[in-house]
Design a protein around this ligand. Sequence first.
Ligand SMILES: Cc1ncc(COP(=O)(O)O)c(C=O)c1O
Length: 348
Amino acid sequence: MRIVDLRSDTVTLPTEEMLEAMRTAPLGDDVYGEDPTVNRLEELAAKKMGKDAALLTTSGTQANLVSAMSQTTRGDEVILEAEAHMYYYEVGAFSALGGLVARLVKGNMGIMSPQDIEQVLRPPNIHFPPTSLICIENTHNRAGGTIWSPTDVNKVYDLAKAHHLRVHMDGARVFNAAVGLGVDVREFTRHVDTLMFCLSKGLSAPIGSMVVGEQSFIDRARRYRKMLGGGMRQAGVIAAAGIIAIEKMVDRLKDDHTNAKILATELAKIPGITVDMARVQTNIVIYDVGGLGTDGKRWVAELGKHGVKAGAQELGRVRMVPHRGIEKEDIEYALMVAEKVAREIRKV
Ligand SMILES: Cc1ncc(COP(=O)(O)O)c(C=O)c1O
């Protein structure tokens, strides 16, 4: 059966060039700082993002956690968007392991305004946990891959600095934001203190995320990464693919965005399916099948019978994410299957 896996851009496999680079990478023990390929990747990531230094981590979850732990003290309050990945999908790590308290702010399509944030900021008082960090997510996953524009980021940064707070960006897909707006990625990173981005999503590397920021922050993050069991040894095998991800895989993200647009536009034409097109800004398509009188779980199960894989969220929400390896014909096939399944559901 033909398989079109649209569950996530995390399912991308490494390219042949990545596999070859992994086989031939010069290696050393990275806990001693002696893996030349890791060192090269970290230098490249820092330069690309316009920051002092970078750190390779095992995953985006670990990258966010070491970033939060490195700029807070246990008991601090962290401001997060209400649907942030760090809050929603990271096993509560910042609370369980970082000892941090989440203060949630509802954003507009994932974007928090400085006014909304200011409303939850509390003056120092013996009753309140001190607030030390604001986390923003670019692109915002659960909002549908929406972009925080450089202006949105700058406004929150200015507010943060006025209140002596730090700003961390969960930039798992920050290159999608850059490609989506057609600007250099540094436009987004200039006004955050720290950020993480994933090598293992649309950029197609098999493993790894990068944390970037000033040198003293990276030194702390390196200790926390070790504490969390993320001190890897010949990690150059991972880093070799990461270098290719950064150097060669960014520009092609625009193909995923084009496919997402086509997918969303055509899905919206199927009676019973609704798509908020304003949210379709990058490679994520979230739509609602509630109008068909079904829920996301059943919808996904029905698509699955024809080899089309999607992600069910709450109620009628479904997510599809085009990525490398998904061609225009795969999108057409997925749409053909969606139309057929919708027709069948409407009949019963
Ligand atoms: C916005 C965002 N942040 C963080 C992560 C975590 O990355 P990982 O799955 O590598 O832990 C993801 C993963 O999908 C994500 O979408």
